[in-house]
Write a protein that binds this ligand. Structure first.
Ligand SMILES: Nc1ncnc2c1ncn2[C@@H]1O[C@H](COP(=O)(O)OP(=O)(O)O)[C@@H](O)[C@H]1O
Ligand SMILES: [Mg+2]
Length: 360
């Protein structure tokens, strides 16, 4: 990226000595829709609050359009912020809520009115401007919060778990509306979510975090296709990949498994974990296929998930809609090049290198 619209540069933050962010560096391009993804407690909200100016970092800088805004007060940043709980003013009408940031900025009444009408139209709430938040559904309230954030025509729109309080159906419709809104307005957007499928489906780029650090940043396809660590593989996917530590050669032999050459090398190295996605596995036969025990089949509508166990480790195989299985003993055909990670560090392991190391 040439010069990023937003540069989060080595941001660290502790709460009473407990680190929430450990030097996170992230670049976000102009007009990009980025998702900050990670498990609960990994520091996403802390980072968003630092970006918005509600919280000061202990270390590091925030650059917006090349300008250092680290010490700039929140109201001078031109950043729109939307929270999970909407945070609307209950005693104000929809129009007053949406116009709130504009009055703070001392815009004229005419300009305020125009912007409020435009923002409400943009989120599909035209005509509801006289209602109060209590007279709206959860989805409508969240749209008011989004309208309020975009009415200031922000240089950056920040959304913290904006869909978490909505039911599943509403969630996916507001999600695609959010993306369409972004595409119409071109506002650079950073959305926090702990939901990997939400991040993959909505964002241009996903920034995956763990324990206050960035694990991987990339397009949804990169994050899904080439997880940078075992954690990334086990966090992304629906369901995510199963982490499967390879058994010893002796244990494999005793169970009647003859692993393919690549995995034999990995077993010889020791301490290698495969990340196995259900959709990359199929049932098979013969000694090269992984012997497993079928536990249960989960019906999933469009397909089925066979929950199995091999060498004491759980893993799942995606089955076709009408596929039947004769259990409980099954064999699973592995992908030709499974994702391999060091069991101890979680870093990727390249097996070609192992083969070279073996040569005298
Ligand atoms: N105001 C606070 N005081 C003390 N600890 C906090 C505060 N806010 C967050 N934390 C802690 O900082 C870590 C990161 O929190 P947060 O940024 O809210 O994570 P996320 O949004 O990813 O769930 C967590 O361990 C959380 O308990
Ligand atoms: Mg949070």
């Amino acid at each position: 990226m040439m010069s990023p619209h937003v540069l989060i540069d080595g941001i660290a933050k502790s709460y009473g000595g407990a680190p929430a962010l450990r030097g996170a560096t992230i670049e976000i391009g102009e007009g990009e829709f980025a998702a900050l993804l990670g498990p609960s407690g990994c520091g996403k909200s802390t980072l968003l609050r630092i970006l918005s100016g509600l919280l000061e970092p202990d270390r590091g800088r925030i650059l917006l359009g090349g300008e250092d805004i680290t010490r700039l007060p929140a109201w001078d940043r031109d950043i729109g912020l939307v929270f999970q709980n909407y945070a609307l003013f209950p005693h104000m009408t929809v129009a007053q809520n949406v116009g709130f940031g504009l009055e703070m900025r001392r815009l004229s009444r005419g300009e305020t009115r125009t912007r409020v009408v435009d923002a409400l139209a943009a989120v599909g709430l035209a005509g509801l401007d006289r209602r109060r938040p209590s007279e709206l559904s959860g989805g409508q309230q969240q749209r008011v919060a989004i309208a309020r954030a975009i009415a200031i025509r922000p240089r950056l729109l920040l959304l913290d778990e904006p869909l978490s309080n909505l039911d599943a159906v509403l969630r996916s419709s507001v999600r695609s509306e959010l993306r369409e809104l972004h595409d119409r307005t071109g506002i650079t957007t950073v959305m926090v979510t702990h939901d990997q499928s939400e991040a993959l489906s909505i964002a241009d780029r996903v920034i995956l975090m763990k324990d206050g650090s960035v694990v991987q940043a990339g397009t949804p396809k990169e994050i899904y296709g080439r997880p940078a660590t075992a954690f990334a593989a086990s966090f992304v996917g629906n369901p995510p990949a199963a982490l499967f530590p390879l058994p010893s050669a002796a244990a494999a032999g005793a169970a009647g498994w003859q692993p393919p050459p690549l995995l034999r090398d990995a077993i010889r190295r020791g301490g290698v974990t495969m990340a196995l996605r259900p959709e990359d596995l199929v049932l098979g036969a013969g000694p090269a296929c992984l012997p497993a025990k079928l536990r249960r089949i989960e019906f999933q509508g469009a397909d089925q998930l066979a929950l199995a166990e091999a060498f004491g480790q759980p893993l799942a195989v995606r089955l076709g809609r009408g596929e039947t299985v004769a259990g409980p003993q099954i064999r699973i055909a592995l992908p030709e090049r499974p994702l391999l990670y060091d069991t101890a560090t979680g870093d990727p392991v390249a097996i070609e290198q192992l083969a070279e190391e073996e040569q005298p």
